[in-house]
Write a protein that binds this ligand. Structure first.
Ligand code: MRU
Length: 360
């Protein structure tokens, strides 16, 4: 994606530094954040300077590469294994994080020559990031076929290019349809509590000149019932072997409402998001995040200064699950880089198993 006419990726490696677009400051300020070592990279994932399943997968893959570059001959594997524990402990739900880490580690763990291992680790982390970008591009092509001229599409959270290395999953078909001259309109759920929809998806749509409106999360049902929505597309953080989908909190209720109103509900995700070891959605770990995300708001004041303000009583308890699980029965199809598949064990087994990354 281009920002001020310059092509960017969400994350990349420069020497041994991991470079990220600082997503906490968007849409108000565009800034590149540098992580000098794997600990800083883990911290950037944990604090959500980088967020979104694909983006944290690629970032964590680069974090492993950094650890390999940092490790010395004496305790080489031990050092990398500890770094992996740190990177895996950042966020629990998005499968891509674990896929990315394991992909890089598995490709170096048996290499005896340390210099060779360092070279391969960097190559494999770049390969993982490239795979993510290319998968999302292909998701755009398959998803574009589902979008007719004059379609109104609803999306939730940010499964855009900021949530991946490039293109995004849910947004990729929208960008392509718009670039191909189809008339589309996007309803963007603001996505409380962190507002990834109004802060990030809307900013991407502005950059791509896609007509859209931000709506309060509670308004989605209103527009569905009025017949204003033709299609829902969201991303996914983890998809279980039976087709149940974990995605940003609030997705489940949108999917149920879509079924009630006979609107197709598609999930867009690369195969790196599938967890075939996870039998069903109730086994997916759901992250509980900081209470301040609900009790406070973060943004800029009229002078453009960043500010955090309290919006709830100090005395109130807060609960803040970051994701929910939508049962496969509500999912019309999953748009992957291999094609649009059904949320069934059969299709998932056939398309995903042994067909991702270098096992294609
Ligand atoms: O908590 P986040 O912002 O990292 O959550 C991830 C998401 O943005 C969504 O759940 C998204 O729809 C899927 S991630 C590609």
């Amino acid at each position: 994606m281009k920002i001020n006419s310059k092509q960017y990726r969400t994350v990349w490696l420069e020497g041994s530094d991991v470079k990220l677009i600082n997503q906490i400051l968007l849409p108000h300020k565009f800034e590149i954040f540098t992580c000098k070592n794997h600990k800083e990279t883990a911290d950037a994932i944990k604090t959500m300077i980088v967020r979104g399943a694909g983006a944290i997968g690629a970032t964590a893959a680069y974090g492993v590469a950094q650890a390999v570059l940092e490790a010395n001959n004496k305790d080489f594997l031990e050092y990398i294994k500890n770094a992996i524990i740190t990177l895996k402990n950042t966020r629990p739900t998005a499968q891509n994080l674990f896929t990315g880490i394991d992909f890089v580690f598995n490709s170096i763990k048996n290499i005896k020559n340390i210099e060779e291992a360092k070279k391969i680790a960097v190559e494999k982390a770049n390969e993982f990031a490239d795979y993510d970008a290319e998968s999302c591009r292909k998701i755009g092509e398959f998803g574009n076929n589902l979008i007719k001229n004059n379609f109104n599409v609803l999306t939730h959270c940010n499964a855009g290019w900021l949530a991946f290395v490039d293109w995004g999953s849910a947004t990729s078909p929208l960008f392509l349809a718009n670039r191909n001259g189809k008339k589309i309109f996007v309803y963007v759920d603001e996505t409380r509590p962190r507002n990834q929809g109004s802060k990030l998806t809307a900013w991407e749509l502005v950059n791509e000149n896609v007509p859209h409106a931000i709506i309060a999360d509670n308004a989605a049902g209103f527009y569905m019932k009025q017949g204003k929505i033709d299609l829902l597309i969201t991303g996914a953080d983890r998809i279980a072997a039976n087709g149940d989908v974990a995605n940003k909190i609030g997705t489940y209720e949108k999917a149920v409402l879509a079924k009630e109103n006979n609107i197709p509900f598609y999930v867009a995700a690369p195969t790196t998001t599938f967890d075939l070891n996870c039998e069903s959605g109730d086994k997916i770990p759901i992250e509980e995040r900081n209470a301040e995300e609900v009790s406070h708001m973060f943004g800029v004041d009229e002078k453009g200064n960043f500010a955090k303000i309290r919006i709830a009583p100090k005395e109130s308890q807060v609960k803040n699950p970051a994701f929910d699980v939508t049962s496969a029965k509500y999912v019309t199809g999953i748009i992957t880089e291999k094609g649009v598949i059904k949320p069934t064990r059969g299709d998932i087994g056939r398309f995903v198993r042994d067909k991702r990354l270098n096992k294609q």
